[in-house]
Design a protein. Structure first.
Length: 337
């Protein structure tokens, strides 16, 4: 019997989870192209003409020999305009980013959750899809640029690759946070322990209580930050991981009862997803991942700061990934040498 697509669907739920508060969703200013890059930040830029299995972090070259496929799951704070292309389209923030790293040599996989405020090189893509200028800004802003939803996703893929030293990314799958209730409903409600104070938003989400989330509460649990606990994005990321694990467990049980469950859910999401992965390939990734050994969710350690790198005169969160942490995590996921 087929096994649940553990990472694919499980990760997809996280896509819709991490949506930054309205203040942090302010769009990058057109002045951003004039912002100079700080020399101490130029650490993770991709190196052109690299070997497919070589990456560069802080000017150091690393290689890996395993056969690895990487897929980026993107959660946006909106779907952009309804227009497929042209002047009417405007991208949105990629507020949740989760990289599925499938090691086909070791038959294992890991999930790399990236802080949306991570500072990295982002191409300031124009409406026609071209772009020469770049700036060191928050990773989430990459999706803002481009003239179509696909270009916004491709720009995000490039920014993530830059952050990871130029590692190839084999595909992307993007959804927006409005789909959280759909996923929660499909799972029949997800049970979690409430470890933050939600009293200002929903009195029923009492701290310390174990609760089966309604669809609306699931959205609050994985989306809201302001007015919840200490209000930090790091706390919200922990909640997203908590929800993801519980969601996977619930879906596994549903899969056992009905082998068609996951594929029906994928079909339901199809109209809202933006992806360069064919449906048949999605099924193949699902089966391969389900048969592999799960290695858990990884994150980078680093330093959180407040700054004005966006050039809009407003303070925004800026997360600087620690170089050694990047190397250690990438070594675990890719077997760097």
């Amino acid at each position: 019997m087929l096994i649940l697509w553990l990472a694919g669907i499980g990760a997809a739920v996280c896509l819709f989870c991490a949506i930054i508060q309205q203040l942090e969703q302010k769009h990058p200013s057109a002045l951003i192209a004039d912002e100079p890059l700080r020399e101490d930040e130029e650490r993770y830029a991709a190196v052109p003409d690299r070997d497919a299995k070589s990456i560069f972090i802080s000017g150091k070259e690393f290689s890996y020999s395993h056969e690895i496929k990487s897929y980026l799951l993107i959660g946006t704070d909106g779907s952009g305009s309804e227009a497929a292309y042209g002047e009417d389209y405007q991208g949105s923030m990629a507020d949740f980013l989760l990289l599925l790293v499938l090691d086909q040599t070791e038959h294992s996989y890991g999930l790399l959750q990236l802080d949306r405020d991570t500072m990295t090189d982002v191409t300031l893509l124009q409406k026609d899809g071209t772009g020469m200028a770049s700036a060191r800004i928050q990773l989430c802003t990459a999706h803002w640029y481009g003239g179509t939803k696909e270009q916004s996703c491709e720009n995000t893929v490039e920014a993530v690759s830059n952050l990871l030293g130029g590692v190839p990314i084999d595909g992307y799958y993007a959804l927006n946070m409005e789909m959280i209730p759909v996923l929660n409903h499909a799972a029949g409600g997800v049970e979690v322990k409430i470890e933050d104070d939600f009293s200002k938003i929903d009195a029923g989400m009492e701290e310390g209580k174990t609760l089966k989330l309604s669809d609306e509460q699931a959205y609050i649990f994985v989306h809201d930050r302001v007015g919840v606990g200490n209000g930090s994005n790091q706390s919200r990321m922990k909640r997203q991981q908590q929800y993801l694990k519980a969601f996977i467990s619930k879906c596994m049980k549903k899969w056992e009862d009905s082998p068609e469950f996951i594929f029906h859910l994928l079909q339901e999401l199809k109209a809202d997803a933006v992806t360069d992965i064919r449906q048949g390939e999605l099924a193949k990734i699902a089966e391969e991942t389900a048969q592999a050994e799960g290695r858990g969710i990884f994150i980078f350690q680093g330093t959180l700061d407040i700054g004005q790198a966006l050039g809009d005169g407003i303070n925004h969160a800026e997360f600087y990934a620690d170089e050694q942490s990047v190397i250690e995590v990438m070594t675990q996921l890719y077997g760097l040498e």
